[in-house]
Write a protein that binds this ligand. Sequence first.
Ligand SMILES: [Mg+2]
Ligand SMILES: [Zn+2]
Length: 199
Amino acid sequence: MGAARGRSGQGAPALFLDRDGTVCELVPYLHEPGRVRLVPGSGAALRAAREAGYRLVVVTNQGGIARGFFTAGDVDAVHAAVQAALAPCGVQIDAFYTCPHHPDFTGACSCRKPEPGLLQRAARELDLDLQRSYMIGDTIEDVQAGVRAGCKGILVMTGYGADQFASRRESLPAGVTPTPDLAAAVGWLLAPEEPTSQR
Ligand SMILES: [Mg+2]
Ligand SMILES: [Zn+2]
């Protein structure tokens, strides 16, 4: 889609991607690389988005680090497994940003979604245009973080998404688009027509 292609003087658009329940099948406190499974269709969708000009940035809350359930090194190993799973699809994640905090153990922070800190840091470090970017996730907190950062939000129904949409729909920020999964989200945002005014 034309909107993704660069305008002079601006940063690149990005897809900010939640990891668990969005790119990868939901495994609570996932920390074993061998348990990484992509949500079906994700690899091809991410390749299409990358080819359309979107940077691919995973933004993930990993409060299990603060809880002592696993280490930052374990998270790195999971991210390496995600890259290995995506490699046959001809695409790689450009960067992973992780919040290692948990309010009950390390106090408040500005990076745990729904706070927008990870997206803002990525935008600075990778020269991204937040206004042309999307946050795609399976929880209300994911899309809230995206909207607070100035992006558009897409809630997928994989992972916790269907439950979130059923039980917390009133908390969805205005303009957030619900969609079946990551592949459908990418298909929607790359579609040439603009049938609604929400884009
Ligand atoms: Mg998730
Ligand atoms: Zn944090």
